[in-house]
Design a protein around this ligand. Structure first.
Ligand SMILES: C[S@@+](CC[C@H](N)C(=O)[O-])C[C@H]1O[C@@H](n2cnc3c(N)ncnc32)[C@H](O)[C@@H]1O
Length: 373
């Protein structure tokens, strides 16, 4: 065990700076266990554990620091830091606010609140907190403005939204929101995908009767969520992969045991990377989190086999382009979808009016679209 020579806090800080955070943490733990060290030693221990990537250890120590020093704003700030590091954003913000109530001049607390809001993709809330700082960091202001200007939902916003929603997702989608996108897409696939695609073609029951679609397909599920659409398409799949921004949704999908490969990633990034090719790419109620679909169409085209299909739902906009709706979901017009499909090299194999879900007990107008490469 390393001994911290001289000033133990300075020695531990030096170890952390040298990349020896684990040694610093062990030495500080030993001192605290021997009753030699107070709040400052524990705060440095939390920093060392975070630097060593031991977030659960850091969380336990931060909770201990607050339990031992409930009125110390710096201890509460440290707890907020750890919660921020593990993306527990509402709890982190609550702790930073508590720290500010304990000490309204606490250095760094308001900036950390703004950081948490930025991570959650909430640009206005971040700017609201930054405006009270004497010297607001220019990079944070620029990041907030970039979120506001982007023609898509911020990845942090989507991740946070669905991490929160994941536990209750299936029940509320199927129950309250009458979610129908997976079956709508399946029925569209049954209509447009040729029946005579080889000996593996088998009849599949659908709302349009018994359609015949080729089985044994390589399928990619974009924004796979908990796997509601994947489960509907699984009978057609030789290989089913999924990508989603939300780790909590991906865990639910993994628990279904129907996907070969699941990836936590932004679908625009995942599609533009080199990788497997697919016969069918799905996006059930996913593209509503993107406004400009150019990258998605290009990426899907690049990752499809010749004669592969890209099948997805969107919500409907009037006119020529796309727009952001009041619930922070994007809507796309038929004219926009058709023009972009042509530019990306797709043939529009099917474009139907559809209601993928309900909102306030009323059907939301949308389209189910099948593009053929
Ligand atoms: C409404 S859910 C639909 C989930 C699933 N397709 C289904 O049918 O139940 C939308 C999903 O898309 C994911 N998502 C949204 N934008 C995304 C993006 N840019 N990259 C990856 N996943 C995204 C969300 O995290 C969420 O799980």
């Amino acid at each position: 065990m390393m001994i911290l020579e001289g000033d133990p806090i300075e020695a531990a800080e030096a170890l952390i700076a040298e990349g020896k955070a684990r040694e610093a943490a062990d030495a500080l733990r030993a001192r605290l266990a021997a009753g030699r060290g107070g709040l400052l030693a524990r705060l440095t221990l939390i920093k060392a554990l975070l630097a060593a990537g031991d977030t659960s250890g850091a969380l336990a120590e931060a909770r201990e620091a607050v339990a031992l020093n409930p009125d110390a704003a710096v201890a509460v700030l440290a707890l907020g830091e750890v919660l921020l590091a593990v993306d527990a954003l509402p709890s982190a913000i609550a702790e930073f606010q508590r720290a500010l109530r304990l000490d309204s001049n606490l250095v760094g607390a308001r900036e950390r609140i703004a950081t948490a809001w930025l991570k959650a993709g909430e640009a206005d809330m971040a700017l609201e907190n930054l405006k009270d700082l004497e010297n607001p960091p220019a990079d944070m202001i620029a990041a907030a403005q970039a979120i506001k200007a982007a023609q898509r939902c911020d990845p942090g916003y989507v991740r946070h939204l669905f991490d929160q929603f994941s536990a209750d997702y299936d029940r509320s989608m199927i129950g309250q929101l009458a979610y129908a996108a997976p079956q709508i897409l399946f029925d569209l696939a049954a209509m447009v995908m040729p029946g005579g695609l080889g000996a593996s073609a088998k009849p599949i029951a659908s709302a349009y009767g018994r359609a015949t679609i080729k089985k044994g397909l390589a399928i990619l599920d974009l924004g796979c969520g908990t796997g509601l659409a994947g489960a509907v398409f699984k009978p057609l799949a030789a290989r089913l992969d999924g990508v989603d921004l939300s780790p909590a949704m991906i865990e639910k999908a993994r628990a279904r045991g129907i996907y070969e490969n699941l990836q936590v990633a932004d679908l625009e990034t995942a599609l533009s990377a080199p990788g497997a090719h697919y016969d069918l790419i799905l996006a059930a109620d996913t593209l509503v989190y993107l406004g400009d679909l150019k990258m998605v169409f290009q990426g899907a085209h690049a990752r499809l086999e010749p004669d592969g299909y890209f099948i997805f739902t969107v919500e409907k906009a009037e006119g020529e382009g796309f727009e952001l709706g009041p619930k922070r979901r994007w809507r796309h017009s038929e004219a926009y979808l058709r023009a972009l499909a042509g530019q990306a090299g797709f043939h529009v194999a099917g474009l139907l009016a559809a209601a993928p879900r309900h909102e306030a007990k009323r059907p939301v107008e949308g389209f189910a679209v099948a593009l053929l490469r």
